[in-house]
Design a protein around this ligand. Structure first.
Ligand code: AMP
Length: 285
């Protein structure tokens, strides 16, 4: 009998929905859990899903309670757990930033020297400051670090930021980034369960890769093929196919989704017509 793979995913919070949607898009068909259900099975894969807090995932994986887990890279670093990052998942993007009140004179991370800094990420913050040779006093809070300067508890804060709107709302401005994070798939570091974990990495990775790309189709004058090929931010070479109309070819290529908006006007300028971009479901490079 095949051993079932167990994966711990966040039961609530901002990583819950995107993790669930990734598992569904990967074709694992997890059974929708009812309220307070702690475990679910996938319908068409030998995978069991355990719902736990995102903070607990690194330890569950490290201690071998589960084979793999989805959590934030910041939480892996904060817990100091001995696990392997198998895959970056492309959501839950945020960064650990240092911020000071708008009226403060500080302009860079070096200005944190000798300051009192409130943070809910003491381990990550201490490591990042030590790496930069900055000596500061950390005040650990469990949340809402952004109000501490106004309360006179700290001169600055170190907190996770995605849009920056919480900082702005609280009259704070960033003076530098200490760590970049996103949701990650992690596995055990002792090699146990490796094969199943690698399979999961390939399956989830095919969707993560696909989401970051678009399939581009366009018709290009034959004499512009070289210029268009040079322009395309793709790794491999595009497919070029003859059309019934002489002097024009069809060109297909995979392009990074985030570059499409810059690419389209340039393609038009080179004479490309009938430009289409399509979502990609899976991609294994
Ligand atoms: P949760 O507290 O369960 O909602 O999820 C926290 C995790 O979401 C963090 O550990 C980060 O990996 C990720 N995250 C993404 N953006 C942010 C943000 N602006 N603030 C805090 N956590 C964030």
């Amino acid at each position: 009998m095949t051993r079932r793979l167990t994966i711990a995913i966040p039961s609530k919070g901002r990583l819950r929905e995107p993790t669930w949607s990734l598992l569904e898009a990967s074709g694992l068909s997890p059974q929708e859990p009812g309220e307070r259900v702690l475990m679910a099975q996938c319908r068409n894969a030998d995978v069991d899903i355990l719902f736990v807090r995102a903070d607990d995932v690194p330890e569950y994986v490290q201690d071998g309670v589960v084979d793999c887990g989805v959590t934030g890279l910041d939480l892996v670093a904060e817990k100091g757990c001995d696990v392997e990052v198998l895959l970056r998942l492309g959501f839950g993007l945020c960064s650990l930033q240092a911020a000071v009140p708008n009226e403060d004179v500080a302009t860079s991370l070096d200005d944190l020297d000798g300051k009192r800094i409130a943070t809910a990420h003491p381990h990550l913050a201490a490591t990042a400051l030590r790496e930069r040779g900055i000596k500061a006093e950390l005040v650990t809070v469990t949340g809402s670090a952004e109000i501490t300067p106004r309360l006179g508890l700290a001169d600055a804060i170190i907190d996770l930021v995605s849009s920056g709107s919480t900082l702005r709302t609280n009259g704070l401005r960033t003076i530098g980034t200490l760590f970049e994070a996103e949701a990650v798939l992690i596995g055990r570091n002792d090699g146990a369960g490796t094969e199943a974990a690698r399979t999961l990495t390939t399956v989830l990775g095919s969707v993560v890769n696909a989401r970051a790309n678009r399939y581009l189709l366009c018709n290009v004058p034959t004499d512009a093929v070289d210029a268009v090929t040079e322009l395309l931010p793709t790794k491999g070479s595009p497919s070029v196919m003859p059309l019934a109309t002489p002097g024009t070819v069809a060109l297909h290529a995979l392009v990074p989704a985030k570059e499409i908006w810059q690419l389209l006007p340039k393609l038009e300028a080179l004479g490309a017509t009938s430009i289409l971009t399509l979502p990609v479901e899976r991609m294994v490079p």
